[in-house]
Design a protein around this ligand. Sequence first.
Ligand code: F58
Length: 833
Amino acid sequence: VVEASIPEHLRATWKKYSATGFEHKEEFEQEFVRHIETTLARSLYNCDDLAAYYGTALAFRDRLIIEWNKTQQRQTLLDQKRVYYLSLEFLMGRALDNAMLNVGKKDTAREGLEDLGFRIEDVVNQEHDAALGNGGLGRLAACFLDSMATLNYPAWGYGLRYRYGIFKQEIVDGYQVEIPDYWLDFNPWEFPRHDITVDIQFYGQSVRHEDEDGRVTYNWQGGEIVQAVAYDVPIPGYGTTTTNNLRLWSSKASSGEFDFQKFNAGEYESAVSDQQRAETISAVLYPNDNLDRGKELRLKQQYFWCAASLYDIVRRFKKTNRAWLEFPDQVAIQLNDTHPTLAIVELQRILVDQEGLEWDEAWKIVVGTFGYTNHTVLPEALEKWSVPLMEHLLPRHLQIIYDINLFFLQDVEKKFPDDRDLLARVSIIEESRPKMVRMAYLAIIGSHKVNGVAELHSDLIKTTIFKDFVNIYGPDKFTNVTNGITPRRWLHQANPRLSKLIASKLGGYDFLTDLTLLDGIEHFVDDKEFRKEWAEIKTENKKRLAKHIKDTTGYTVNPTALFDVQVKRIHEYKRQQLNIFGVIHRYLKIKSMTPEERKKLVPRVSIFGGKAAPGYWMAKTIIHLINKVGQVVNNDSDIGDLLKVIFIEDYNVSKAEIIVPASDISEHISTAGTEASGTSNMKFVLNGGLIIGTCDGANIEITREITESNIFLFGNLAEDVENLRETHRYKGFTLDEDLAKVFESIRSGTFGDANAFESLIASITDHGDYYLVSDDFKSYIQTQELVDEDFQKQDEWIAKSISSVARMGFFSTDRVIDEYAESIWNVEPLVVE
Ligand code: F58
C-alpha cells in the first residue's frame, strides 16, 4: 500500500483545484458531455441511451467520490469505532437511480437529460443489475449499506468482486436454462485500487518452533500466494453527504507468482494457466440458496476474502498506534451468516502468530470484536467443511480451530462435568467420516453476540439448533434483530407516485428517514379523494407491470384483475408448489362452472418469478410445472381473463422494483418454522399490497403491527410441524380431496408430459410430504376464497391497504441498524455538519 502525502506548503495549490461535484443543471450537462466526449470517446453523432447512461453515471460517480473522500478523511480524523460488515453477497441491483435520489439530484438530471434529448427512464433502464447475491441474505446486506450510510455510521462492507453474478435465467420450453452473467464489461461504479493489494497464502505447512525459553510458536510456510486487489464502490446515504465504502476483492496471480522459470523453460501456456487459476477464485458467485455443497473453491473464496479484509482492517487499526486491547473498542465485525467465520480464526492467527500476543489475551480481543447473524435453521444449509480439506488448504487455521475447540470444551467440562454427550454435541469437530468443522459452532464460540433475523426464528435457534449453547453461555449471548428493508429503494425509488402522495399528506419526505411517521396517513383512511388517488396509483403500477409482461411473455393481462404475486427463490420450503396446485384447483373449478357462476368470479393473474439453484432438480420441476400450467390456462379460450398464469423470467432486483408496487396480494407461504424472516413480505406491504401467508418468519411481526384484520393468515403453526411430520412418517395420511383432483389432472396429462411431474407429486403422496403441502392445502384454498371476497369490496380493500402501510414503520433497516449499533456493535453515528 502506497502512502504519500503532498508536503504541507504545497497543499494550497492543490486545494485550489480540488474537485467539486455539479450542482445545477448546466453543470450536470457539462459533466455529461465531457464524459461522453472524453471518457467514452464518443460524440453527439454517436450517443445512444446506453452512452447516455454511462455519461450520467460517470457524472454522478464523480460527485459520489468527492463526498466519499471527505467521508473517509472525516472518519480517519475522528477515529471513532467502525463497523465492518462481512458478507459474501451484496445484491445491490442498479446504482444510478438510487444515487440520483440519495444525493437529491434526480430532477436536475432529468431536466439536463431532457435538454440533451434523453428520457431519464430510458437512461436508467440501460443499467445492468449488480447481482452479487442469491436472494434475501444478499439483498439484506445491500439494504444495510444504504441505512448505515444514511444514518452516518462509519461503516464498511467487505465482499468479493465476482466476475459472474447470479446467472441469468431463461425459460426454454418451460425449463429453466442458466446463462452466465458477465457484468463487468464497464462498471462505472467501481474504483480499482491497484495500489491496495494483499498477498493471500494457501496450502503449505505449519512449522513448529520452540525458543530457548520453551516458548512455542508456529509459522505458516510454503504453499502458494494469490493476490487480492481492492475495488471500491461508493455507497451514498440519503439526505446526507456521508458516502461509505463497499470494498470488493478481486483475485489475481501475485506478481511473484508468475513463474519465470516455467516461462524461460518454454512452458508459457502452463505459466498462463497458473495465472488463470488464481483469477478463478473471485470468478463466480455460487448459485445455491440454503444448500451447502462443500466445494474447495468456495472455501478458497471464503478464506481469500476474510484474509484480505482482516489485513485491511488490522492495517487501519495499527495506523492509530493503539494498544491491541483497544481493538474491540475501535472495530466491530459482523458476520453475515457463517460464510466469513474463518475471519475469527484469521484474527486469532494474526494476533498470536504475527503480533506475538498470548492466546487468552488474543482470544478475548477476537470474541469482543465479532458478532454472528444466523439466517437459517434448515439443516442442509448449515455449513460444514471437511477436516482433511481444511488441513490441506489452511493447515495453520485447522490447528487454531482445534485449539479453540479444546479450550472451549475444557470450559464446558468444568461447567457440566460428566456430560460426555454434551461435549460431543457442541464440539466444533463433528466425529463423522471424514470429520467435519461445524462453522456455526465456531461462529458462536468466537462471537460475543449471536442473532436471528425475526422473533420466531431467534426463538427457534435458541430452542433447537443452538440449544446447548444457550445452556452453556446463558441466554444473553443470543438475541433477535428483526430484519427490515430500506424505504429509499423500496418505496421512494420503486414507487415514486405513492411516495409523493404520502409526502403530500405528511407535509414532506421526512418519513423516508423516520418510517414510523407513516402512521400519519392513517388519519386519511376515510378521505375519499385520498383513497381514490391511492387506488389509481396501484392501477398505474399494475399497468406498468402488465406492459412488462406483454413485452417479455407476449401474454396480455387485464390490469383490473387481482394480481397475485409470488416472487422469490424457488425452494420446496417456500412452497411455490402449494401455490401452483392452488392455481390448478382454481382452473378446474372454473372449468366446471356455469356461465352464470363464472360472472361472479374475480379475475386473477397469478404471477411467479424466481430462480432455482442449477442443481436443485425439484425446484426446477416446480418451475416447469408453473410454465406448463401457464401455457394451458393462458391459451384456453374458455377461461379468458378469469385466470392467467405468468412466469416472469430472470427475477432480480430491478424487476422486483416493477413487480412489488403492482401487487394486490403476495404470497409468503413457507412451511411454518422454515423461513427465517423473509423481507419481500415487508416490501409488498409497504407498497400497499396485502399478503397471504403462514405464521412464519417476519409474517408474525407484520401481523402484530398491521393487525390480523389486514392480513390473510392460514396453515399449521411451527410448534405443530414436528408432530405432523412424525404422523406422516408412521401413519401416512389421507389426501385432501381437492388436492387429489389436482394430482389426477396433472397425472392425466392436462399439463403435458405427466411423467415430468411425478416426482413432485410423489414427494407429497409417497415420501412423507416433508413441507406439509397436503396439511395446509385446505386452509390455503379457503383463505384464497376469502381474498376473492374481500377484493370485491374495493373500498374496504383500499382501507386495509392504507392502514397497513401506515403501520409498517418498524420494518425500516434504519431501525434495524440502530439496534445492531446499540446492542451488538456499540458504535455511534458520526456527526456530520
Ligand atoms: C435468507 N437466507 C433467509 N440465504 O432465507 C430469509 O428468510 C431471510 O429473510 C434472509 O436470509 C435475510 O435474513 C438466504 O438468502 C442464502 O441465500 C444463502 C446463500 C449462500 C448459501 C447458503 C444460503
